[in-house]
Every structure is written in structure tokens, then in C-alpha cells.
Design a protein around this ligand. Sequence first.
Ligand code: SAM
Ligand code: ZN
Length: 293
Amino acid sequence: VDDHGVGLAPRLEGLLACPRCHGPLARTADMFRCRHAPCGFQASLVDGIVNVAGAGVSSFFDSKVPVMLHGADDPGSHAVFYAEQARAVEEALPEAGVIVDVGCGPRLMYTPPPTATVIGVDLSYESLRYNKDVHLRIFGTATALPLLRASVDTVVCFYLLHHLVARSRAETSGVLVGALREFGRVLRPGGRLLVFEVSPWAPVWALQRVGWDTAKRLLGPKLDMFFWARSHLLRIAGEALAGAEVTHHTFRAARWTMFPPVFALPRLRIPRALYPFDICMYCWRIPREGVVT
Ligand SMILES: C[S@@+](CC[C@H](N)C(=O)[O-])C[C@H]1O[C@@H](n2cnc3c(N)ncnc32)[C@H](O)[C@@H]1O
Ligand SMILES: [Zn+2]
């Protein structure tokens, strides 16, 4: 069994819930069934990975595992996207507790506290198969987490949100709201959502707003990114996580750091100063009374 020897500890199993109706799940050897009979939801457990995405889902990222690993190993990319960010997330994470890394990819780029329980969620099965850094791997989507309400201390998203896209800009905004509400549901009062994202400078944002719907019609699944300007992400999250307190921070990597802005094109290298995006960290703290709905 390719489960990296992790198995599925009872304390982890106790956090799981039906991603559809949020009811409890019953477990057999390699299946989960929603106990709420009319719901009918089922998930399988293969290679130590809880599969709530269903059969036949293949992710664009499945073929990208080597690209992602290589891209993140590039010293320039590491300096721009991960080095300071890893320190920031490591400082922000609680000593113990449950961390859910959504869009965890093939490995974590930071070191969680040794006493924490880490759940990795990704829509790329291949990335999860590779990932040895989490205690539980869930093959599923950010908008329907198989986790109990108020069961999580911290949700971490490293460069995930710009991949939550749909057929149009309007629908894409709906998917973002869906994911943020889902994070608000699983986070406990006082829990935190830590997001790392790139935020386009004004001209790139303006161009993207004008051209994205047409580009999406032409490119289809090849266009799998939409970058949120900071002010828009803050406004949308402010509504989806009503009552949450937010702080944000922009990372300042050295302006002359040379790095490949597109991981898939490692030979195309530009200095940080010409990369028209800010790299930001956002932290939303869920109020004591939970998210206002
Ligand atoms: C740019 S990669 C970042 C990977 C990793 N967090 C890192 O920083 O190196 C985005 C990840 O999000 C995953 N992803 C894309 N859409 C997703 C969704 N709807 N739900 C969960 N994960 C998703 C991809 O499979 C991919 O692993
Ligand atoms: Zn159910």
C-alpha cells in the first residue's frame, strides 16, 4: 500500500464528514458512506488517500508534478515565492491543533509544528501520492471539504486561490466565494485562514478583467488561472467570512532576484522588479461567535 506508512488514525477519521450534507460518515475497510441515508454520498480509501472527488477526475496538475517540484526548487523562485513566506506561515501556525493545507501539492514548502496534525487536500491525485509531508491526504476540492464544522484550527492556501476558476469571471468569483465559505465552515471560532497569493498590478488587473472571458472561451481548460487584485480579494472575503478580522502583508524579495515567472518555462527568467504582481499573505481570523451568515 502506497500510504507512506501513515494509515488513517482514529483521531483523523473523527474529523471527517460528508462533503455534501456534512453528516457523519460510516467507515468500512476501504469505503466511507454518509450515514444520512437519503444523501447517498460515498468515498473510497485507496493508497491511504481519502477520495471524495470521485472516479474519473483527472487534474490538469497531475502532469505538472515534476514541473512544480522543479519550479519550486529553482533558487530564484524559492527566494521570491517561498523563503520568507515559509517563515511567515511557520510563525503563524499554532503549536498543536489541526491544520488543513488546501492545494497542498506534492510537498509542503514549510515545516509545520511537530505536534500539529496536518491534512492535505488537493485535486491532483498524483500530487497527493507524492506528498509525504501530511498526516492525511484528501483527494477533493476546496469548495466541498469532507470535514466537520468548526473542526479545524488553521486553513492554509499556498498559491491555490488563483486556480479556482470557472467558465466566466462572474462564475469564477462564485467559486472563490464557495471556497471561502467552506473554509469559514470548517474553521473553529478564533481559527485562522492563511492565504498566500500573487496580486496583479493595476495594468495587468485591468487587462485581465477586460480579456479573461474571451480568453477562457478560446483556451478552455488551458486557462486555469485568474489573479485577484488585493482590494477585490479583501472585499469578497470580507463578505464570505463576515465578521472575520483581516491582516495582510506584502513580501519584498530583492528586486534583482532572477527567477522563472512561469514554472513551465524554466528558461524564461526575469528580475523580480519586472514581475507585475505583488506577493501577499492574508490572514483572516474567524470571530468567537463564528462566521456571521
Ligand atoms: C500552484 S499549485 C501550489 C502547490 C503548493 N501549495 C505550493 O505552494 O507549492 C496549486 C495547487 O492547487 C491544486 N488545486 C487546483 N484546484 C484545486 C481545487 N479546486 N481544490 C483543491 N486543490 C486544487 C492543484 O492541484 C495544485 O496542487
Ligand atoms: Zn451526506
